[in-house]
Design a protein around this ligand. Structure first.
Ligand SMILES: *Cc1c(COP(=O)(O)O)cnc(C)c1O
Length: 400
């Protein structure tokens, strides 16, 4: 009976998750996902406007570039972590055409497996335990989560409607600013849809120069714009390159969220630090995807404007219905989100609950993006037109 000869002691339990995982804020969509499942199981016909993920397919010339490149054996090997020279050159060329700023593709452009990867790794590269990271809230959750993973301390900068959802940098105590390593800003902004002019970027660059802080601009939505608005880059500010990097993504611009491709631009030394983390933790973007990225950045751009027309049409349908229903909605100039105050004094959670129960519409509670998001909800416009129209009609019918 060989089993008997084994130890009689119970084997030790496997370790539980590390403290850094336990200290994470609850996943924004977990509670909504649970509710959605419950209602769908009961046969409810739900319209999901909670996730920002383009429903429009990637343009054919981009898909075809991937098809061609996938058949090339050289592309099957490890890519270089910093990106193919041709991809970085394409990114620099796009940046020059779009913002009029010259970049050295060798040192001032770094490829990313999506900008989320770059943002998370950026904090690991520059934040020691107990260092302060400044980030706007409500906001994209990764600034805070990256900081938690690095053992840093987040100091949040509230985005308030009365300040047009721009942070008040003068309200940051000097003692905090002196301890800060990084400042994360994001314009056009998710979730508020707010935009920032060059004047605000000048202020942010001056603030970071004053205190020796790295300015990290998350620029995922610079191309998702309407009504003639043109979004600036932080790097257009004179001297910005001394203290700044900017994260760009092909995800939202080219409807390529699933492809995982983006890039960071700006200060060469700062990018080298981010690159050092990347060399040790990831192995770059599949070269065939980089070839597709080159096709996206250098090819015909008319589909970008066309997609924006679609989002604008949907925005107008939804905003009109909200107003007709008594909500205080106004059309945003950028991003495919509608950020709106919950009507009739409801909290974010109450509003999301009622939209689900009475209209079968799923949206995101503003409070999930940060404290200052309380009292707001976010609708995403990345659902087909007929669904947006149906959601609009149902919302219009809701009563106080
Ligand atoms: C979508 C999004 C990103 C990340 O996009 P990637 O697909 O990882 O490039 C970054 N920041 C904001 C604000 C976003 O909404």
């Amino acid at each position: 009976m060989p089993a008997k000869t084994r130890s009689r002691k119970k084997p030790p339990a496997l370790p539980g998750p590390a403290a850094r995982l336990k200290s994470l804020p609850p996943y924004l969509f977990a509670a909504i996902d649970r509710k959605k499942k419950e209602l769908r199981a009961k046969g409810a016909d739900l319209i999901d406007l909670s996730i920002g993920d383009p429903d429009i397919p990637t343009a054919p010339h981009i898909v075809n570039a991937l098809r061609r490149a996938a058949g090339t054996p050289e592309n099957h090997r490890y890519p270089s972590y910093e990106g193919m020279p041709a991809f970085r050159a394409a990114a620099a060329g796009w940046f020059k055409r779009r913002f009029g700023v010259e970049l050295d593709p060798k040192t001032e452009v770094l490829s990313l497996i999506g900008s989320k990867e770059g943002i998370g790794h950026m904090v690991l590269a520059y934040c020691n335990p107990n260092d302060v990271v400044l980030a706007t809230e409500p906001g994209y959750p990764v600034y805070k989560i990256g900081t938690i993973f690095a053992g840093g301390k987040i100091h949040e900068l509230p985005l308030l409607e009365k300040n047009r959802f721009l942070p008040d940098l003068s309200a940051i105590p000097a003692s905090i600013a002196r301890r800060a390593k990084m400042l994360f800003i994001n314009y056009p902004n998710n979730p508020t849809g707010a935009v920032a002019g060059l004047g605000f970027f000048e202020e942010a660059v001056a603030f970071c120069r004053k205190y020796g802080i790295i300015l990290c601009h998350d620029a995922a939505y610079t191309e998702v714009v309407f009504d003639g608005y043109v979004s600036p880059s932080v790097l257009q500010v004179p001297g910005a390159k001394d203290v700044s990097i900017e994260f760009h993504s092909l995800s939202k611009t080219y409807c390529m969220t699933g492809w995982r491709i983006g890039f960071a631009v700006g200060n060469a030394d700062i990018l080298a630090g981010l690159g050092a983390i990347k060399t040790n933790l990831d192995s770059g973007i599949f070269q065939a995807v980089q070839e597709a990225g080159i096709a996206a950045l250098t090819g015909d751009q008319t589909h970008v404007a066309r997609n924006n027309m679609v989002a604008r049409r949907r925005r107008d349908i939804l905003v009109k219905a909200l107003r007709d229903g008594g909500w205080e909605a106004s059309p945003q100039q950028a991003t495919f989100y509608v950020w709106v105050r919950a009507p009739w004094g409801m909290t974010s959670a109450e509003c999301v609950e009622r939209l689900l129960a009475e209209a079968g519409v799923v949206c995101t509670p503003g409070s999930g993006f940060g404290r200052s998001g309380e009292g707001y909800v976010r609708f995403s416009l990345t659902a087909p037109d007929d669904q947006i129209s149906a959601a609009a009609a149902r919302i219009r019918g809701m009563r106080r």
